[in-house]
Structure formats: structure tokens, C-alpha cells
Ligand binder design. Structure first.
Ligand code: NAD
Length: 493
């Protein structure tokens, strides 16, 4: 164990061991690269209790909103300054290519700056009440201790859309990194420490779902849960929160449709489809994993996508030239293999991929894969979220058919529509059931724009001012401005 970097949890302003340790695997080599601390039940409870003490402390509760914003600005600067280090750790721990991790740390800093700027713009309101002599107003107060739980992909970013609004609003937080790749967030804890938050305001831990996650989401001191991950875990978390009745938001998976009409110029849109499914090797919640294409352009589009998919440069994710890396976990690649096999057995036609690339045996690489599922609309690859590089193609003739196919899932995170017909674009915007819809583009985000899903894709939105207010609770204040005595309640006037 001696030669590996050893990470620690960050609780109450100190770096501490977990109750046990576990090894983290580098997916591009299949070998251990670091030792991680697993927070047990007692460690997790200690982190929540520290966050609760900090929430009530003068050091934090007594800070002005502007001062809270300054701490967040400081953290954003540290993130930007340390982007290279953080990106390298994320690439080693998750296999995500360095180009993407570096870019993502950079815009994560922009997200934190956006939330920093909102800290002193959380306003209450004056209510024009229907009673004389009474002044009534609404205060916005921080909700309390936040339990934030993120998956292994894009974790600094997914953490920032939780701790940014939470701290801007005056909450305190316990952030749980995924046990699958906790390196980037545990390293980030060093920046939290350097930024100078009072002890206990911002705790960063990792551990296993059934122990650490369970204690975190059912603890009586937790008032707010912000979760990103899979729908199965979300259901467990909602059950856990029956204990503390914490207000919960959920950002879950998707099976997002990309709908291509035959009026488009394929040259200008094709990269939108490619980025939507093969970016991050398909390990993105908004992956455009179902391609719905109008019959007249189907063969040409599939041919071009095949050529593009086969041209993607696979390699070492730490090499800046690499365009495509491994899948993050063995469980991921096993699932992708199983679903591609069962879909082909059910009648899907393999256009390209469908295997591990040559020369990468024992590693977690899987080729960019396209399946023509036009004749098997219920193939597993069409219905299951794979979180992998598999594009399932379906064909439609009419707009109504496209809408029915797009909405034939319980998920509803994102959707893409490619058309040059403005009226049709607007009809599709209205008809597709998803929290985000991109027209003639795909997979773009901004801190200013809310992000989240319908149905099994989740509850609540992250990003925008609305998400900051979602970490506050309203207090209604009633003030009697009359000098007259309060009337006797038993003598009606
Ligand atoms: P996951 O649900 O298995 O794990 C996510 C987190 O939940 C981990 O930190 C895990 O330790 C924790 N957890 C597990 N069991 C728990 C329990 N009982 N109580 C509390 N916490 C528990 O997800 P994953 O496999 O790591 O990530 C992939 C999923 O995340 C996909 O479904 C993907 O679509 C989704 N995702 C969604 C978004 C979005 O913004 N909508 C973004 C990225 C990923």
C-alpha cells in the first residue's frame, strides 16, 4: 500500500482517516492508483453534527451574505489556479480524457463565481396584505445542513451546482464523493480548507452508499438533500429521508432522444449527434442515446456517423491528443456488453463497434457503438440507460411518430431536435417531455440556465437563481403597527 497516494476525509476543518480504507482503480490501466478513506456511520454522523454546529455558529450565521460570496469567489479562484492538478486526478480516477476534465474544472470555477455573485442578491418581499395596520413581509433564510451526494462522473461540476447555491444561501454542507472515484473531490477539499471557511461549514467525505450514504440522508440534523445519481439509489434516498423529512432534489438519469428531420443539412449537424453520445464515452446523464431519424436521410446519416465513430482517436486519457478513453468502472462495461449482446440477439443490426478495441485487453475500453434498432423498438439498448457509448437508431416517417417515440420512456432529462423548419421546431419544443430541449445544438450548459428532468429523470432544478432560493425557506413576518390594544378575541366587532 505504501507507494500509493493516500487520501483523507475533511470533517470539521481537519483532514481525518476513515473508519476503513479502499483502493481506487485507474480504469485506463485496470490497476490500483490510490488509497481512499471510507467514512463509516460514526464518521458520517460526526460530519453532519459538525455542519450543524457550524450552521448555528456566529462565525458562519453571523457573516453577511457579501462575506459569504467572497469566500465562494476565493474558492472559485483556487479552483481555476489548481485546474491542471484536479483535472489530472480526475482523469486518473475516472478515465475521462484530460481535454474534458481540464475544460470542465475551468467552467466549474465559472459556476462557483456565478453562485458567489448571487449570495447577496437573495431578497425577501413585502406582501400587500388585506388587513389594515399590519405589515407583512417574507424573509428568505438558509434551510440548514445539506447532504450533497454525487456520482463519479463530472463530480466537481455536479458538486459545484450543489455547494455553490447552498453556501451562497448560508447553509452548511456535507458533500459525499462517490466511492467509485473520490480522488478529485478529496483533493478539492484542500482548496476548501485554503479558502478559509469556518470549520464544519464545508465537509467532504467519501464512503459506501449503504453505510455512509444511508446515515447521511437519514440523519435528523439534515434539512436538505441534493442528490445526483441513478433512479434506484434515488428511491432508497427518498425512503431514508422519511426519517428526517429533509427537502430533497434529485438529478437522475436519462434516455434522451435526438430527433433529426430530413430538412437539415447533415454536414452542419452531425457533430451534434456525435458529441451527444460519444463525448465522455457516453458517460453523461444527458447522452443523446436514442437517435430518431426521418426515413429519407436515415441511410446517409448512419453512414456518416459510422465513419465519424470509427475515426475517433482512442487512447490514454492523460494524453491531450486522446479523444476517447475508457469507461469508469467494470460494472459499467459489463452492463454495456450485456445490453449490446441482448439487443443484437433481439434483432438490432450492429453498424459499428460492439466490442472492446484491440490492444486494450484487461482495460475498461469499449468501442463507440451504433445499433440500428429500427426493427426492434423495444431492444434493451433503446429502453435502458446504459451510461456508455452506444447509440440506438430508430426511424420515423411523421412528426407525430417522432413525438411518440421520443416520449416512450419514463425518463425525461434532455432532448435534441434538428430541423430548419421554425414552426416544426416550436411544435417539437412543446411536445417533447423533457426538462431540457436543445434545438440545432446539443449538450450545452450554463450556470444561468436551470438543469433538471421530468419523470424518472428527477425532481428540482440546478443552476439559475431559482436553485439558490431552493436552499432557503420562507419565513412570513407579521408586524402589528397599531397602538390600539389587541381586541378581545371573544367579543366580535
Ligand atoms: P449511483 O446512484 O450508483 O451512485 C451515486 C451516489 O449515490 C454515490 O455517491 C453512492 O455512494 C451514493 N449512494 C448509493 N447508495 C446510496 C444510499 N442507499 N443512500 C445514499 N447514497 C447512496 O450512480 P452512479 O452509478 O455513480 O452514477 C450514474 C448515474 O448518475 C446515472 O444514472 C446517471 O444518469 C446519473 N447522473 C445524472 C446526472 C444529472 O444531472 N441528471 C448527472 C450525472 C449522472
Amino acid at each position: 500500500m505504501g507507494d500509493f497516494p493516500v487520501f483523507r476525509n475533511y470533517i470539521d476543518g481537519s483532514f481525518v482517516e476513515g473508519s476503513s480504507t479502499f483502493e481506487s482503480i485507474n480504469p485506463s490501466t485496470g490497476e490500483t492508483w490510490a488509497i481512499m478513506p471510507a467514512a463509516g456511520a460514526a464518521d458520517t454522523a460526526r460530519a453532519v453534527e459538525a455542519a450543524n454546529r457550524a450552521f448555528l455558529s456566529r462565525e458562519w450565521a453571523g457573516l453577511t451574505p457579501t462575506a459569504r460570496g467572497k469566500l465562494l469567489y476565493r474558492l472559485a479562484d483556487l479552483l481555476a489556479e489548481n485546474a491542471q492538478d484536479l483535472a489530472e486526478i480526475e482523469t486518473i480516477d475516472t478515465g475521462k480524457i484530460i481535454r474534458e476534465t481540464k475544460g470542465q474544472v475551468g467552467y466549474t470555477a465559472d459556476y462557483v463565481r456565478y453562485f458567489a455573485g448571487l449570495a447577496d442578491k437573495i431578497e425577501g418581499s413585502h406582501l400587500p396584505i388585506d388587513k389594515e395596520e399590519l405589515e407583512v413581509y417574507l424573509r428568505r433564510e438558509p434551510i440548514g445542513v445539506v447532504a450533497a451526494i454525487v456520482p463519479w462522473n463530472s463530480q466537481l461540476f455536479l458538486a459545484a451546482v450543489k455547494f455553490g447555491p447552498a453556501l451562497a444561501a448560508g447553509c452548511t454542507i456535507v458533500l459525499k464523493a462517490s466511492e467509485d472515484a473520490p480522488g478529485p473531490l478529496l483533493k478539492f477539499a484542500e482548496l476548501v480548507d485554503e479558502a478559509g471557511f469556518p470549520p464544519g461549514v464545508f465537509n467532504v467525505i467519501t464512503g459506501f452508499g449503504e453505510e455512509c450514504g444511508q446515515v447521511l440522508t437519514s440523519h435528523p440534523d439534515v434539512a436538505r438533500i441534493a442528490f445526483t445519481g441513478g433512479p434506484g439509489t434515488a428511491r432508497q434516498i427518498v425512503q431514508n429521508s422519511a426519517e428526517n423529512l429533509a427537502y430533497t432534489t434529485l438529478e437522475l438519469g436519462g434516455k434522451s432522444p435526438v430527433i433529426v428531420f430530413d430538412d437539415v443539412n447533415l454536414d452542419s449537424m452531425i457533430n451534434g449527434v456525435v458529441a451527444g453520445i460519444f463525448g465522455a464515452a457516453g458517460q453523461s446523464c444527458v447522452a443523446g442515446s436514442r437517435l430518431l431519424v426521418q426515413r429519407r436521410v436515415k441511410d446517409e446519416l448512419i453512414g456518416r456517423l459510422k465513419a465519424k465513430a470509427e475515426d475517433i482517436l482512442i487512447g490514454d486519457p492523460s494524453d491531450p491528443a486522446t479523444e476517447y478513453g475508457p469507461l469508469a468502472t467494470k460494472a459499467q462495461i459489463d452492463k454495456v456488453e450485456r445490453v449490446v449482446e441482448s439487443s443484437i440477439a433481439a434483432g438490432a443490426i450492429l453498424i459499428t463497434g460492439g466490442a472492446r478495441p484491440e490492444g486494450y485487453q484487461g482495460k475498461q475500453y469499449y468501442l463507440p457503438t451504433i445499433l440500428d434498432c429500427s426493427n426492434v423498438k423495444d431492444a434493451d439498448s433503446v429502453t435502458e440507460e446504459l451510461f456508455g457509448p452506444v447509440l440506438s437508431v430508430l426511424t420515423f416517417d411523421t412528426e407525430d411518430e417522432a413525438i411518440a417515440m421520443a416520449n416512450s420512456t419514463n425518463f425525461g432529462l434532455a432532448g435534441g431536435v434538428f430541423t430548419n423548419n421554425l414552426a416544426r421546431a416550436h411544435r417539437m419544443i412543446r411536445a417533447v417531455r423533457s426538462g431540457i430541449i436543445w434545438v440545432n445544438t446539443y449538450r450545452v450548459v450554463s450556470p444561468i440556465a436551470p438543469f433538471g428532468g421530468f419523470g424518472e429523470s428527477g425532481l428540482g432544478r440546478e443552476g439559475g437563481m431559482e436553485s439558490v432560493l431552493d436552499y432557503t425557506r420562507a419565513k412570513t413576518v407579521w408586524i402589528n403597527t397599531s397602538d390600539a390594544p389587541i381586541p378581545d378575541p371573544f367579543k366580535m366587532r
